[in-house]
Structure formats: C-alpha cells, structure tokens
Write a protein that binds this ligand. Structure first.
Ligand SMILES: [Zn+2]
Length: 372
C-alpha cells in the first residue's frame, strides 16, 4: 500500500513549506518514488517505497543538538539555523532564541508522533490549530489542558488566509499557532525548499523567500532536485531587490535546474521598517519559461552568477534591470524586447569600469534569449 499524506491547509505559503519539509523527511527515511499533487492550497504526497523513519529521526536528533548549541552560544550554529536566522528580520535576540527553542521542542514531540499524523485530512481541526490568543490568555479561559502548540514565525507565512486581499501588519497577540509537526516541517521547508534573499539597509531590513511548487502534479524526484538547488542557500544584499527579480536571482545562483513543466514560484517578503513588521501579499508565477531561460543563459554564459554578483547586484539600477528581464521572460515577451533589454544591460556594464570586461557576453545573452 502506498503511503498517502496531506498537508494541513493552513495557507498556501505554510503548506508549501510543510510539503517541502515532509518530502525531505521522507527522503531521509529512504523514499525515492512518489508524487506531489497540488489540491487548492494543499498538497497530496504519495510514496510508493517502504520507509524507515529511524533514519530520518536520527537526522532530526542531529539538528536538535545544533539547536541546543545555538541557544547556549547565543548565535546560530550550523547551516540549518544560519538560514533560519537569515529569514528572521526581527533582530531582538530573544525572538531567535525562542524560535530555536520551539524547534528543539518540536523535535522532541515529533519523535513520538511521526509522519503518519499527516494521513488525516482533518489534521488542523484534530490538533486545534489556527489563529488564537497566546497560550497564557487562552488557559485562563479554559480549564482543559492545551495540546502543545507553537507560534508560526512570520517568514513561515502564517498571515494569509483571511488576510489575503490586503497588506497585513503583524499583531503579536493573535498569533497563528500550529502543532509541533507542522512547526518542524515548515522550518525544514524554509531551509531545504526556499531560497532566501536578505536585504540589509539602514532603515529597512527584509527577507524575500522564493520556493518552487508544482502547479498541478510533480514527481518526488523533481521536488528533490529543487531542494538540491535551494538547500541552505541564502544571499545578503545592501540594495533593494524588486520582488520580480527574486526568482531570477534564486535560479541564477542555485545549481542549474532544467525545465520542469507546470512549476510555479511562490515569493513572499517579510520586512521590518522601524518598529513595524510587515508581510505584503505573496505572488505566484509560472516559471517554466524562466527555468528554460536561466538554464540557457548559464549554458552560454558560465560566469553568469559572477556577473550578477560583481555587477548587476552591486546597485539598484542593476536589480531593476534584472526585474525587467525576469518580467519579460515570465510573460513570454522576449521576442519583442530582446534588443531593448540587452541594450540596457550593455549600457549598464559599459558605465562601470569593473564590469566592462563582461561586455563580450552580450552576444551570448542574445543567443540564449533568442532560443526561447
Ligand atoms: Zn499540524
């Protein structure tokens, strides 16, 4: 009998992270064959292999040791927690400590729950998850013992659902709370399934998360490949990054992914400006064309990531050009714009002494784009 699991249905962002987390856990447990199917804002995961959860649990125990060292040292230990740290723009030290403590606690609980908890399609109701006042307040109202639940920190995307249509300023007192399994899987999804672009400016800090999800159905192996390109991966910048440039940048820096059909990018931002934390609405775009374009560009121009790093991402004019390039590709408008966009890139490279050496790649860029 194949194993059939469902993500809970919190919201598209959190469920996408939980899907990536579950997939990574199953791979640790020996899964190789299966599928991931999108059903509305949820995912159905089918595994056709026998799995051994002991192997996956030992990976979690290793992570838990890093959590304990991190709390003791007061700074992130290991690649996993460094990436969680990069996503978190709330720089109060105790927030990150509380987050890592919750992660450690979720591992302790998960060891006795195991992955079968996701067999149930009514997972959210059974585990009493959702938006509610903090535990201390709810305990006063009710005498029953609360099941263990944990707050979903903002990069894990809790604020959508009912707030989908407008920007939402986070309120600390009505957190969205989830069970330890969801907390753990969402964190794993953040580290293994997303690319994070962290922007550090004097008066504004933000993290832009990009993940890839099937728009309908994908093989387990495709999800594994996406994770290989994104795992532990994040970059820091001192300039603004337009949201549309984010998937292009993520795919340019990660290991090359060749064209998948029916793959969407989901992009969301978490930003702090003064004392305000804010998550603007997420965007979702089909990236079949972008995947094709980037693998072509990297084929013709092997130094492409270096050109981004040394030139185009050195100032905001460059990141705006990347957003334009991304938009043209995603909207299938390359043919009409190929010369105007390459002219803009040429001008940009010419204007900067240290970038003139890259002018010889423009011809290859035109070739790569012309193949789309
Ligand atoms: Zn849950």
């Amino acid at each position: 009998m194949p194993l059939e699991l469902y993500t809970p249905g919190h919201n598209l962002v959190t469920d996408s992270l939980i899907m990536h987390g579950i997939v990574r856990y199953l791979i640790w447990a020996g899964a190789r064959h299966g599928s991931v199917e999108r059903i509305g804002e949820r995912f159905k995961i089918i595994i056709n292999d026998d799995i051994n959860e002991d192997k996956a649990i030992s990976e979690l125990v290793r992570l838990q040791r890093q959590c304990i060292s991190t709390v003791n040292l007061g700074e992130p230990v290991g690649l996993f927690l460094r990436k969680v740290w990069a996503s978190n723009v709330n720089e109060q030290k105790q927030i990150f400590s509380a987050w890592v403590n919750s992660l450690s606690q979720s591992i302790t609980t998960f060891k006795s729950i195991k992955i079968n908890i996701y067999k149930d399609v009514n997972h959210i109701v059974k585990n009493n998850e959702g938006r509610k006042p903090s535990k201390a307040k709810s305990r006063r109202k009710s005498s029953r013992v609360d099941s263990v639940d944990l707050p979903v920190y903002l990069p894990l995307g809790p604020i959508y659902g009912k707030y989908l249509s407008k920007d939402y300023v986070a309120k600390e007192n009505i957190q969205y709370r989830v069970c330890p399994a969801c907390f753990l899987m969402a964190n794993m999804g953040l580290v293994y399934g997303t690319f994070i672009l962290r922007v550090n400016k004097v008066n504004k800090v933000s993290s832009i998360m990009v993940t890839l999800i099937p728009s309908s159905k994908a093989d387990l192996i495709d999800i594994m490949l996406i994770q290989r390109a994104f795992e532990y991966n994040y970059r820091e910048f001192n300039i603004d990054i337009p949201i549309l440039a984010a998937p292009l940048i993520a795919l340019s820096f990660g290991e090359t992914l060749y064209a998948f059909e029916n793959m969407d990018a989901l992009i969301w931002i978490y930003e702090r400006s003064g004392i305000f934390m804010r998550i603007p609405n997420y965007i979702q775009v089909n990236i079949e064309e972008l995947l094709k374009a980037i693998s072509g560009i990297k084929y013709y121009i092997p130094q492409w990531p270096k050109i981004l790093n040394d030139c185009l991402l050195e100032n905001e004019d460059g990141s705006i050009i990347l957003a334009e390039l991304s938009e043209i590709i995603i909207n299938n408008m390359v043919k009409d714009n190929i010369y105007s966009i390459t002219r803009e890139i040429t001008k940009f490279l010419k204007d900067k002494k240290t970038c003139v050496m890259y002018l010889n790649v423009i011809k290859s860029l035109v070739n790569a784009l012309a193949e789309l």
